[in-house]
Design a protein around this ligand. Structure first.
Ligand SMILES: O=P(O)(O)OC[C@H]1O[C@H](OP(=O)(O)OP(=O)(O)O)[C@H](O)[C@@H]1O
Ligand SMILES: Nc1nc2[nH]cnc2c(=O)[nH]1
Length: 179
């Protein structure tokens, strides 16, 4: 495909890491009430794989959010485009994301969910780009750390394309004319 010349993380590598994360989460939350919240749209692919590697009874739900502003903006700097239906009071929440970049979205979302009286709100991401971070957030379950490259596949898009690709590809931004 035009602009996609190199796989950064293969399907096999993703599958292997998702299995490991599922096992770790299953151990950590044993005997507790856990709800996974997948963040649309990108997180949907990872969410579908991860939930099937968790061996506990869990609840699932989805949210769509966008974050605006910068690291100094107030904690309310989040727009909820689609909310969860689940009452999360007294439950352990695990946010499931495809990518953490600046960290702004997750920082705001985590604070927001805690205001709804969740017992705990932790973060799981399949891809992490620490070199781009603007805020200090704790990632409780990290899949794979990647360099500062623009990537697509496994849920991640460029202009709403490529989310369905099973591998994670580096986008040649010059070839696609992205600045
Ligand atoms: O760490 P941050 O800099 O806040 O960026 C991370 C967010 O950006 C991506 O979503 P995006 O807004 O592209 O929405 P999408 O999943 O619908 O494509 C990703 O899924 C995270 O939600
Ligand atoms: N598609 C895509 N979205 C992102 N959001 C933050 N980083 C990325 C990335 O590398 N690819």
């Amino acid at each position: 495909m035009k602009g996609l010349n190199k796989i950064l993380v293969s399907k096999a590598e993703l599958q292997h890491r998702v299995k490991e994360l599922g096992a770790e989460i299953s151990l950590d939350y044993h005997g507790q009430e856990l709800v996974l919240i997948g963040i649309l749209k990108g997180g949907a692919v990872f969410m579908a794989d991860l939930m099937r590697e968790i061996t506990l009874p869990i609840g699932i739900d989805y949210m769509s959010v966008s974050s605006y502003g910068n690291s100094s903006t107030s904690s309310g700097a989040i727009v909820i485009k689609k909310d969860i239906d689940t009452d999360i009071r007294g439950k352990h929440i695990l946010i499931v994301e495809d990518m953490i970049d600046t960290g702004l979205t997750l920082q705001h979302l985590q604070k927001h969910l805690l205001t709804r009286d969740a017992l705990s709100v932790k973060i799981c991401t399949i891809l992490n780009k620490p070199s781009r971070r603007l805020v200090d957030i704790k990632i409780d379950y990290e899949g794979i750390e990647i360099p500062d490259e623009f990537v697509v596949g496994y849920g991640l898009d460029y202009a709403e394309q490529y989310r369905h690709l099973p591998d994670v590809w580096i986008v040649d931004t010059l070839e696609l004319g992205i600045h």
